[in-house]
Design a binder for this molecule. Structure first.
Ligand code: SF4
Length: 377
């Protein structure tokens, strides 16, 4: 069983952000949110339209808890602790539970690392995005110097607390995010940044590489100082090849990890495992049904849902095609049900490959996944 905790606040706003994150939120608003969340975890007060779910009986143990979007560490540590304690009183945790905390590097300090470890958090996910100074300044992130200082704090902390990686907390690991297509980042510079980090910090076990998408208020001037569209593939493939040299394997288009360090939560989501989620914008997935929470505080505090969607066989099949093609391959019994003409076309044009009766996405065209999927289903 998997659990997702959504924290909709951020310390600062990044210029490229296209999400409705709440930065500079008043303390009382955050307190209200956390108190409401804890109350619901404890009292099971949610009533779903079609069924009341008794979580204690319905679910077994948590294999993972993921504190995510936007910046969970914008809460106080005692608030994070209270959420975890509330979950502990309500659910069982497996012995090897993975608890991931998304954080900005701003919040990394020896004191916080210690507290997070004591809270059983054994996976930190941190956004680097780029090491290019000019770009970092433009997108309102920490400077290169500050990023390196923060990574050195983690390094020192892990070196002086070796039991964290060896015994006490199994598989303690760090995941870093990078973004392709940021302003002022030149071809192959992302690869150079990743190499710099992997050579210096061997505690990094997981890397995610995302593409920045153009959206409604994407700054117009950025287009002229960013990679051209025809350079994306080369950029992505160069990063992938580098990561393979460092024994990171790709387990999803954007996600690479060392062996045993894939993110359990991501994998659960892609494999249609049941996920309990708290709160705003998040989705429960139980009994093949998605329960989506609203994206505004008013409805949320009234315990309303944005929508409830029971997936039928066909919905599950289509999602499997999407998730499996992104993560691994399609077996014969799946791809035979898709548009054969289009599949032949993509194979001929080297967008898809056949390998031992498995249909896989070719590396060269991995960045066109959405288009390919739309055409073959
Ligand atoms: S930390 Fe993430 S969610 Fe928050 S403003 Fe930056 S990009 Fe947006």
């Amino acid at each position: 069983m998997y659990c997702y905790i959504h924290i909709p606040f951020c310390n600062n706003r990044c210029k490229y952000c296209r999400f409705t994150s709440f930065s500079n939120t008043q303390e009382n608003e955050k307190t209200k949110y956390v108190d409401f969340l804890i109350e619901n975890i404890k009292n099971d007060s949610l009533t779903f339209e079609k069924e009341k779910i008794n979580k204690k009986e319905q679910f077994n143990k948590f294999d993972s808890i993921y504190f995510w979007w936007w910046t969970p560490t914008s809460l106080h540590n005692y608030q994070l602790e209270n959420i975890i304690l509330a979950l502990k009183t309500r659910y069982w945790f497996t012995k090897n539970i993975e608890i991931t905390l998304e954080s900005t590097l701003n919040n990394v300090s020896p004191e916080n690392l210690k507290i997070w470890n004591e809270l059983w958090i054994n996976r930190l996910s941190l956004g680097i995005q780029t090491l290019k100074s000019k770009s970092l300044k433009e997108i309102w992130r920490l400077t290169r110097k500050e990023i390196i200082q923060k990574l050195n704090i983690i390094k020192k902390y892990l070196e002086t607390n070796q039991e964290i990686t060896k015994n006490k907390i199994q598989n303690f690991s760090i995941s870093l995010d990078f973004i392709i297509w940021l302003p002022f980042v030149k071809p192959l510079e992302t690869k150079k940044d990743i190499k710099f980090i992997l050579d210096k910090y061997n505690f990094v076990k997981h890397i995610s590489i995302y593409m920045l998408e153009e959206y409604y208020d994407y700054p117009k001037t950025w287009k002229d100082v960013s990679l051209k569209e025809n350079e994306f593939e080369k950029e992505y493939i160069s990063c992938k090849k580098l990561l393979e040299k460092y024994w990171f394997f790709r387990y999803e288009l954007s996600n690479f990890s060392k062996k045993w360090y894939e993110c359990k939560h991501n994998k659960a989501y892609w494999n249609h495992k049941e996920v309990i989620a708290y709160w705003l914008w998040s989705h429960w997935f139980v009994n093949q049904t998605r329960y989506a929470y609203p994206n505004n505080f008013k409805d949320f505090y009234e315990n309303k849902f944005d929508y409830i969607e029971k997936l039928n066989k066909n919905d599950i099949f289509l999602e499997k095609v999407i998730f499996w093609l992104r993560t691994s391959w399609l077996k014969q019994d799946i791809y035979k049900k898709l548009n054969q003409q289009k599949i032949k076309y993509f194979i001929k044009n080297k967008l898809l490959d056949f390998n031992n009766y498995k249909l896989i996405l070719s590396d060269k065209w991995a960045t066109l996944i959405d288009y390919i999927i739309k055409e073959i289903i």
